[in-house]
Design a protein around this ligand. Sequence first.
Ligand code: ADP
Ligand code: MG
Length: 314
Amino acid sequence: MAEDEIERIPGVGEATAEKLREAGFTDIMSIAVSSPQTLAELCEIGQAQAQKIIVAARKMAEIGGFETGDVILEKRKKVGRLTTGSKQLDAIMGGGFETQAITELFGEFGSGKTQIAHQCAVNVQLSEDVGGLSGETIMIDTENTFRPERIIQMATALDLEPAQALKKIHVARAYNSNHQMLLMEKVNEIAKEHNVRLLIVDSLTAHFRAEYIGRGALAERQQQLNKHMHELLRFGDVHNAVILVTNQVSARPDVFFGDPTKPIGGNIVAHTSTFRIYLRKSKGNKRIARLIDSPNLPEAEAVFSVTEDGVRDD
Ligand code: ADP
Ligand code: MG
């Protein structure tokens, strides 16, 4: 639905539409699934008005219906898998990173998040019989860590023509969290002309963490992140693409495995990611990946290494 469509909701005039947009409610669905309290608070309108707007939005939105298990199984059969370059890491993921899902790599600085992202941007170009998806990559780079030189190394190691490999990776720098979210429009445009099967956001959370500071900003941050992640997920569904996001955390094992009331990266990221992989450094170039959260796979660990050729088994 187009952005100006929120004006079509009965009871939403120009002024209200402006308030809604400023609060991040840019389409009918986002309003339909909101609660009157949240809408009233964030848009500074009365609860009764908020309630009316939500009811109207729900009538207009395609909320979606129920599907039987066999239909969902058919959809699941379309799920593709992307090799990481390490058979061990692929194995704990059930054969590679899944399309139509968000895989979150989280770990401290230098744990290999960006290396895996680069490797996947090359691997996705391979044909399906060797673990690729014969597709292209879009990368939203928030930390200025994309390195074409690294792509050249990795492509060469796989006998891909480096210049061709680089042409299939579309990179945009995001200068702040707002820009990061705005880039999603561009992402959708590029995907109309290119067979994009991998969307990377490296780092998903860095800008949000830096910009929304203090207790008062938390709700707003989570709301924006939630919206962003659902746009990513939608992209994965529509294009049958792998969504790979990174999330830097400082090394505090007590928080990861102990007190569950202190989630890293916020609840929203944890709950919206389909797969969460915790990365940590080991000896030398070895890295340990632990699958933390998955709808259908057991918790498991894999050891891989980061070499000049890229991500490999150790
Ligand atoms: P982060 O989790 O912070 O994104 P990175 O994925 O950037 O971490 O990992 C950085 C590490 O990758 C470096 O410390 C280095 O060990 C390894 N690395 C980077 N480039 C190369 C290369 N050309 N050859 C071998 N190892 C590399
Ligand atoms: Mg990085």
